[in-house]
Design a protein around this ligand. Sequence first.
Ligand SMILES: [Zn+2]
Length: 489
Amino acid sequence: MQQPTSSSSSPSRPLPDGSTNNRTNNNNNNNNTGRPNSVIWAQLSKSSLEKGQNQSRIRSGLEQSKTTTSIVDDTSDTESLENSLFYPKGRKDSRSVSRRERIKKIMCNPTITESIPLAPRVLSNGTHEFDPTIIVLSLDGFRADYLERELTPNTLSIGTNGVWAEYMQPSFPTLTFPNHHTLVTGLYPSVHGIVGNMFYDSNFGEDFNNRFPAKSWDPKWWGGEPIWTTAVKQNQRSGVIMWPGGEVLSAVRPTYHVPYKTGTVLEKMDTVLNWIDKPREERPTVMAVYVPDIDSTSHDFGPDGKKNQKALVEVDTALGVLLEGLQARNLDKVVNLVVVSDHGMSYVNTSKCIYYDDFIDTSDLLFEESLYPHLAIWPKDSKKLNDIYHTIKRAQRRDTLPFQVYRRFVMTRRDMGVVMAGVHGWDNENEEMRAIFLARGPSFPNLGSKKLQSFENVEVHDIIARTVGLPVKDGATDGVRNGFVSKPC
Ligand SMILES: [Zn+2]
């Protein structure tokens, strides 16, 4: 059984860019909303179980082979506590890659962004001119090792005819909405504010819930500027199909938009090809397409179930239709195509639950919410924050419970339910949470079977931006490329 990890560390240990400041509180860019606030993320409530409440919440299985995470925070200023948590000490999960090792590897290996020209040019397919154009497909829940199953030849062909990463590391928490907004803004969830698919914001005194569009499309929740908005502001055009956040009622909307949770994957490919066939002055240069099918089936039947395999084949077949459509239009070397995922997937063992009300007094809590596999907790009285945090820490150490507890400030830089067969949301350094990145087209080199070094998904925004000549963040914001990616060894 995996042992819990300690979260204590030296207060003066610098961040990768050499700073020691709290980046989350740094309002040096207009993308920083200062949200989210206030949380302890822990586990399940036994009292909920005893009360027979919502079974889906009660049985949020927490497989003890994984280190899950709890986050503690509120708006009170307890500097010493923050500093003590900057870098959790080495976790015992042998599958994890230590942050220090990863940074070292990144520093000594150029990343993909360096291969992409900053000044793309107009290309022709022989009959029509094309402004620099990119299609970004997100295959929700496509775990990195699925590529090895020999079920997805079309997906794999994108990498072998261009570039692909060993894996792409999702941001924490490894959930759909946070990571999709990270992919298109280049910001960590703690900065853009979408820290879960469902969460409570103590500044607003309201819940965000991705299942209630009337609430969740309010732009007040969504920090940062998605790439499709930047494209429109820069006099380009963009098209969004179902991508989480695409329907946000912001002042500048994508040029074309297909609502969330509509259409089959084949219909989405047809829509993309229809956009491609538009006249140059109407054609979107940035297209973002969301495909949830693989994630949905692996939640219900597990990452290795037959239905998940079937979904992989179906999605890959649809991707093949898009590839054929591009080839038929002689666009293989004209239009860039990127395939990513937001996170991986793990099996859930529902017999291994942790009951947080065994060690904390829930009457002290303002709010608690199961966010499989996390729990966010707000103290009623912010002065009790430290007491509650330390109580949870003591229980974790005493009983060697396989979870971690953090304040929200750690989310940006950390090292790192529901009756379901598969769950994601775990530690973003867990191997089973690894996502994919494959790309081909005129802006990408053809490296054949050679895989690129893994990288974090906050990089994807700049990769997209560079291919179509949009401004890159380049470490200027809390996207935190940190500059280290381009340092020579
Ligand atoms: Zn997802």
